[in-house]
Design a protein. Sequence first.
Length: 77
Amino acid sequence: MNLRLSCNRICSKYAVKKLAAKYGGLYEAGHKRCTSCEIYLIWDEVHCPCCGCVLRAKPRNAKARSKLLEMVNQKNS
Ligand SMILES: [Zn+2]
Ligand SMILES: [Zn+2]
């Protein structure tokens, strides 16, 4: 039994060239990384179109996110 989702090479259609890193963070550019396929994708969905695993993406606005967490923590305390 294989629980690991495997790469079907569909991802290559959505792959981002590594050169894009030159222009700033790939995550910031809206790209996501599939750890299973080991590739950066231009893809809006949460899951990889190829293997179906969850894509890694940093939040667009890290500051807003930390502020939100701060507020939540204060509310709870
Ligand atoms: Zn793949
Ligand atoms: Zn994948």
